[in-house]
Design a protein around this ligand. Structure first.
Ligand SMILES: Cc1ncc(COP(=O)(O)O)c(C=O)c1O
Length: 320
């Protein structure tokens, strides 16, 4: 398998995240496969999560390009914005976050951490204003003689996704007998693109199911394919290497929309806390776990199969 670790990274959280059994959850569900969790929520940098893996490559590229300020965008409670602000603080860079929504009277959760980390937060009214506001901030900084580096939403660029190609290899090193199925939260697509690419390159027949936090299955699949198309040059592979790979996105657990709780996501948060003392976030991982629980209850998996829930973090969102 190509050595994607040879791409420059900054070691924000250099060690592997643990893989653990979920016996309490399995007992509570009564039947079903062996259940495991990959604890990216426990990555030891700025409250962890999947964005740390992407940021290790993206921030290295920013430094390589001589940047002195990171600019990105998201919602007020964006985990990606928090990790960007944290990387900037750790690396001695400036940070501008363009977030949509009204400035909170009292910042909580990720917004509180963004402030503690010293990020400059600029508010815009809605999502459509984020990209122009990022460009505006970059132009302003350049006029002031600074060197800004723009990070697209969720760092879901091919470079960011390489963080999950490496994560795939990390999992294979930890578990020579890989799981039959992986279920995780998917939103801007970089996590799933990286996992799918890593899986394909290893030749393992693992089914990877991304549970959407907001997009339709069709829309998110298109986005994941777009990221996959950008990976071959970074991995020294033929350009069509990922052209016909399977991408599976489940959009049945979004409910009324992004960040809006559902009966199933509330149950998932409580069940994981009470059976495993494991905390899920309301926007992403609770809906992904709701998808896993529904599939186990529907007896979609055999008892001799192993299903791994890739916990992508975000638990700070419980305190919003
Ligand atoms: C906690 C958490 N889980 C999952 C995701 C989805 O990851 P991706 O944007 O790579 O699809 C995000 C980011 O949007 C997130 O913050």
């Amino acid at each position: 398998m190509p050595e994607s670790r040879s791409l420059p990274t900054v070691a924000l959280a250099p060690d592997s995240s643990p893989v653990q059994e979920l016996p309490g959850l399995r007992r509570a569900l009564g039947v079903g496969p062996r259940l495991l969790v990959k604890r990216d929520d426990a990555l030891p940098f700025a409250f962890g999560g999947n964005k740390v893996r992407k940021m290790q490559l993206v921030a290295a590229d920013a430094i390589h390009q001589g940047a002195d300020t990171l600019i990105t965008s998201g919602g007020i409670q964006s985990n990606h914005a928090r990790v960007t602000a944290a990387a900037a603080a750790k690396l001695g860079l400036g940070c501008v976050l363009v977030v949509n929504g009204a400035p909170p009277a009292r910042p909580t959760a990720n917004a509180l951490l963004d402030a503690l980390l010293g990020a400059e937060v600029r508010y815009v009214a809605d999502r459509s204003e984020r990209a122009p506001a990022m460009d505006g901030a970059a132009a302003e900084l350049r006029r002031a003689g600074r060197r800004p580096y723009l990070i697209p939403l969720g760092a879901s660029t091919p470079l960011g996704a390489i963080g999950f190609v490496s994560a795939w290899r990390e999992l294979c090193d930890q578990m020579p007998a890989v799981p039959d199925v992986i279920i995780h939260s998917s939103s801007s697509g970089g996590t799933q693109a990286g996992l799918v690419a890593g899986c394909v390159l290893s030749g393992e027949p693992v089914r990877i199911i991304g549970v959407s936090a907001d997009e339709s299955s069709a829309g998110l699949t298109t986005e994941i394919r777009r990221i996959l198309e950008g990976l071959p040059p970074l991995l020294d592979l033929p350009s069509n290497r990922f052209a016909s790979v399977d991408v599976e996105v489940d959009d049945r657990f979004v409910g009324a929309g992004y960040g809006v709780p559902t009966v199933e996501s509330v149950e998932a948060i409580q069940l994981l806390a009470r059976t495993e003392a494991l905390f899920l976030d309301p926007t992403y991982t609770a809906k992904a776990m709701a998808g896993l629980i529904a599939r186990v209850r529907a007896r979609e998996f055999r008892e001799d199969q192993t299903v791994l829930f890739w916990h992508t973090g975000g638990q700070v969102g419980l305190f919003a």
